[in-house]
Design a protein around this ligand. Sequence first.
Ligand code: PLP
Length: 345
Amino acid sequence: MAVATLTIDLNAIADNWRALDAKSAAKVETAAVVKADGYGLDAGRVSKALHQAGVRTFFVAVAEEGIAVRKAVGQDAVIYVFSGCCDGDAPILKAHNLIPLLNSPEQVNTYLPGSAPFGIQLDSGMNRLGMEPAAFAALKDRIVKATPSLIMSHLACADEPDHPQNAAQLAAFHAMTDGLTTRKSLSATGGTLLGADYHFDLNRPGVGLYGGAPFTQAKAAVRLSIPVIQTRAVAVGETVGYGAKWQAKRPSKTATIASGYADGLIRAMGNGTVHLYAGDTPCPLIGRVSMDLITVDVTDLDSVPDSLDLLNPLQTIDHLADAAGTIGYEILTSLGARYNRVYKG
Ligand SMILES: *Cc1c(COP(=O)(O)O)cnc(C)c1O
């Protein structure tokens, strides 16, 4: 077989949820964010595993994503849609019992006259989605009377615990919501780790469930094993790959393995800090990442295995992200369609 195998550990994802849930008081609900197809790992399978672990509230980015989640979790879970209710969404929300997080006076005005459940998303300083304080103040009485099931906002800098914007957004959220009895939510993974002041009634972790920073204690949820399709001897002075960027300084043995940037392996990661693992033994990635192939220096291995691991507990999505100048979220959501996907748990 010449395609790589991506093994997704649903038990690790459930364990990460339990570990994040344990960071907050028992009265605080821990939900799960499964947008972008469950951060690229299959929203249906991930949601089903998390539902079995006890998750009863899920979040997706757009209404269409809620369909697969509803199918996976049945009717006894709540599914919120971050983008609220955009043009044409109402029939989807209704058919699949999804709750929009209304973001603007326009969304409130078009959605509220009905009796369907809704939540409210406020802007506490990120300036991305959500109602501004003044707009919310103007509509607050009407909104409260219509009994939203959740009022939420989102932190821009929660992955940097010392960033002053965390406290500023916390204060802004308090100023907008103190005194309301509606359930409240401010925190994703980063805010969950900032402590109880940030917890309110419900936390909404995403990336930490999938093994990513800033939840450094997370279990790795993905393993990527890439088959070796050729090995060769490379003499001193010979080069490997596009641009002849790697040159052998000793008699070398290289392995060519079957994944590349078309599989979401970001080309910029080929800068000398990424390894392919033969069991626990790291072998350097050498030369440029091609569309379908990468090359590995396996000179120091006694024998070359059938496949080498790019992602494992020793080299996580965040290692690859650092090497490529990106974040673990992008490594996950880029993982390719070509992989043979195997689900554990
Ligand atoms: C993506 C997202 C989350 C989850 O964030 P993580 O950093 O992945 O935990 C929570 N809330 C909102 C509004 C989001 O957009």
